[in-house]
Design a protein around this ligand. Structure first.
Ligand code: ZN
Length: 194
């Protein structure tokens, strides 16, 4: 089933609760929560306390995208903040299997994100343990970039690998520059979460 997961990064943070309620009313399936630490990516966005406040007023599925260097250290904070899925970057400082196990132990759904320069093959060994793979369609950490159509073969390679190896339940998410036109391209390549 295809899902729409709008990022709260484009919200007016003074009215975050209202804006997320509006997303829910508009039919969004999940809320995509982009966390940036000023280290893994140059910018800083917000952390677990903001999420915890939002959790009190919103019951949607919290799709948490950690663009941070040390997901292992902070996974528990985001679990307490109300995360449902935790997506971390394969390019982070931690051992991916250790992070996956940590996320599972917290009762949450694990996913791995890939920066544009990271090849599809790098995530293949982890696919049996994941619920989702996120393919970045912009360089992470900055807003307003345009969709990288050249990432579509990567989406296709991950979808095909998962299907051929019996992991048909794996979701593939695209993140960055997604609109009604680019979402069609991503869907054709096998993405199901936008
Ligand atoms: Zn994101």
């Amino acid at each position: 089933m295809k899902k729409i997961s709008p990022s709260i990064l484009s919200a007016d943070f003074a009215r975050l609760g209202e804006e997320c309620a509006a997303m829910e009313k508009a039919g969004a399936d999940e809320l995509h929560i982009d966390v940036m630490d000023g280290h893994f990516v140059p910018n800083i966005s917000y952390g677990a306390p903001i999420m915890k406040s939002l959790r009190k007023v919103n019951k949607m599925y919290f799709d948490t995208h950690l663009m941070i260097s040390e997901p292992l250290r902070y996974a528990e904070d985001f679990a307490r903040g109300g995360a449902d899925r935790i997506t971390f970057h394969l390019e982070c400082d931690d051992d991916p299997m250790a992070v996956i196990e940590k996320i599972r132990s917290l009762g949450l759904s694990p996913a791995i994100a890939l920066k544009p320069k990271t090849p599809a093959e790098a995530v293949f060994p982890y696919i049996p343990y994941l619920d989702m793979v996120l393919v970045m369609t912009v360089e992470p950490g900055f807003g307003g970039q345009s969709f990288m159509e050249d990432m579509m073969p990567k989406v296709r390679a991950i979808r095909d690998y998962a299907d051929k190896n019996g992991f048909t339940a794996l979701s593939v998410q695209v993140d960055g520059g997604v609109d009604k036109n680019t979402a069609v391209l991503a869907a054709k390549a096998g993405a199901d979460n936008f």
